[in-house]
Write a protein that binds this ligand. Sequence first.
Ligand code: UD1
Ligand code: CA
Length: 471
Amino acid sequence: MKLAGVILAGGLGKRMNSSLPKVLHTIHGTPMLQYVLNTLYGLKPQKVIVVVGKHLKEIRKSIKEERSITFAKQEESKGTANALLKAWPTLKGFKGTVIVVNGDTPLIILGTLKKLLALHKKRGNMVSLLSFIAKEPGSYGRVIRNKENKVMSIIENRDATDFQKEIKEVNSGIYAIEPEAFHILKEIKLNKSKGEYYLTDIIGIAKNKGMKVDALCIGSEDELMGVNTRQELEMVRQLMKDRIIKRWIVRGVNFMDTSSVFISPNTKIGRGTFIYPNVYLEGSTKVGRGCTIYPSVRIHNSIIGDGAVIKDSTLIEESVVKSQASVGPFARLRPGSIIGKGARIGNFVEVKKSVIGSGTKAGHLTYLGDSKIGNNVNVGAGTITCNYDGYKKHVTLVGDDVFIGSDSQLIAPVKIGKGAYIGAGSTITKDVPSMALALSRVEQMSIKDWVRKRKFKVQSSKFKVKKDKRK
Ligand code: UD1
Ligand code: CA
């Protein structure tokens, strides 16, 4: 089946009360339009056209073009029929069905679009409209049917009589249209009450011309909800959140309290993973099987291996934590960090753009930046890689089985050979050979009776002052 998809995204979105174009308002960090696009891609259309208004530049910048998109410009927001008319020239010569979707319907599911197209084809319709039953039909266009239950037209809420307003079957703003019906767009007259050309009028006109027209009442109200106001955006956000969490529960993920958990649509979670409250899994994060994510953890665009444990109040960004590793509590993995299998990153440890070998431990109060730390290394409390000289970043290399004593500074660029020992409190400025002990401390001295002598000195000097005052 030859198919083209058109998304209408040229409206002003006045009801959002915002300078941002409506379709760029985000749900879980992703613009509404992107959700519609992604679902449409699922139909594998030969062409995707997005009708945009004056915000073309902003929209282009905010959207990921997985496949090439043709942008059709609608200079003035003159209504949905006018918007589709602007897409028409880009479809010149295209001989196939055109699916039209409002850009403000982000919860639409691929399966529903497929159903619409299958029925449209099967019944040989010229225009099919996707309708649904709304508990509160509010501002949706009402589907007007005759006594034989045949669709006659769509009446917008603002133009509907009180009687028509009672109708619960409404227009979702999603249509399948054959190219032969496109010329109707030119016949659609300006709706005076709103000063717009309504795409919904295509139904009545096509019907009068004897074309086969149908409203297919499939899909649910939750799925087909259009976003016109910020309250509706918030409702859609909640619905999306619940939909995502339900999906993972079904696939065997455990949650202690779903109400405070946020999971992005592109996150994947393995079976048997346990997620505590107040956890944020953002972007394209992948969490393996049997992991535990403790409270107040935020993970962004990262990969967490099977059986890993992320302890309380930890932030992980664009990093990899390999299987069975443990990170936190209160740890921070900055972009480009790779934590090896079974490694342990403990409290108040910050890792940046570093590879930490398997079985390596950095348990407390440490900074590891621009470094490559081997396997089974012990990084003592308070170890710092001094990677920045005020101009450039330098690399620290630590071989396997190295022991770094507490409170050591490794001044990069520096290399610690395999199996070497760094004595606690050392400042390492030169490379350390394999299996060597490196120490850089001022030799300790103990001055006998120093304290007692000092006390005596202080007391006698006070005595002198008092005497002086009496003079
Ligand atoms: C529209 C339908 C209504 C339906 C509802 C479903 C019309 C006249 N009404 O109403 O029957 O129940 O969607 O959610 O079509 N747009 C443009 N250019 C414009 C105006 C709008 O591209 O000049 C785009 C918008 O960006 C939006 C979509 O078309 O993505 C729908 O426009 P909107 O103003 O939200 O229509 P509704 O009033 O919701
Ligand atoms: Ca709308």
